[in-house]
Design a protein around this ligand. Sequence first.
Ligand code: IPD
Ligand code: CA
Ligand code: CA
Ligand code: CA
Length: 260
Amino acid sequence: MKEQSKEIDKFLTSLLKDVGEKLFVDADRNKSVATKSGRNDLVTNFDKSTEKSVVQTIKENYPDAVIVSEEGYGDTPDSMDGLVFFVDPIDGTMNFVKRRDDFASMIGVYLDGKPYVGAIIDVMNKKIYHGGPEIGVYENEHKLENPENLELSQGLVDISGPMVLANKFNTQKVVHHSSGIRIFGSAGIVFKHLVTGKEVMYMSYLAPWDLAAGRVLCESMGLNVVGVDGTPVNMLKSQVVIAGTQKVVSEVLETVKNCD
Ligand code: IPD
Ligand code: CA
Ligand code: CA
Ligand code: CA
C-alpha cells in the first residue's frame, strides 16, 4: 500500500508540475471565457483543455480508476469503491481570469472511500503541496511539520464571502473571535495556508473536486475536516465544509449549533 501511495504521489507531482508550467504561461494569455450557472461562475478554454489532458493521462496510467472532474470529461460514479481520482483543473478560475496569482490545480485520490494521496499546485509560486496519510505531506521536496493545534483567537480564518455577508451559520461571530478573515477565492490556496499553519480554519460550500486534495493533505496532518453539522464529509456530493485545527473546528461547530 505504501509503495502504491508513493507511486501515485510521484505520478501526481509530475503531472501537476507539467500542468503548472503550462498554466504559468497561459495566465498571461487572452482567454475565452464563458459563464456557467451565473456571471460569477466562469470557465475558460484553459479549464477545459487542462482537464481533458489530465483525465486522458490518468486514464492511460490507471485504466481501472474512476475520475470525477469539474468540467465534464470524467465519470459520474455512485460509489467510492476502488481508486477514485478527483480533478479540479483550475481552482480559482475567477482569479485566473482577473489575472490574479491565487489559483491552483489539484488532484485528490481516494482508495475505497479513504483519503489516499493528494496534490495541489500553487501555479504562480511554483510550489506543490502533496502527500498522504502513509507518506506525510511535502512542499515541493520539503517535508512539512503538522500545524500547531491553535485556538480560534490565535489564527486567521477563510470563509466564503456570501456566507459571512449573510451571517449564515453564525459566521460573523466566528470572524469576531478569530485573528481576522482572509478570502482568497481558491480552495486550493486556502488548503495550502491550512497545511502550512498560516490559517486555522476554512468554511465554504465545496464540490467534491474543490475538497478532495485538500482533505487528503489536512487529514494527513492532524487537521479536521467535517460537514457543517459535524458529520463526516460525503465525497460524492457538494456540501458546506469546515476544515481546520481540531480546537478551531470544535469551537466553530459549537458556534454554528447556536445560530438562529
Ligand atoms: C471555486 C473556488 C472558490 C470557492 C468556490 C469554488 P473554481 O472553484 O475554489 O474559492 O469559493 O466554491 O467553486 O470554480 O474556481 O474551480
Ligand atoms: Ca468552476
Ligand atoms: Ca475549477
Ligand atoms: Ca474549484
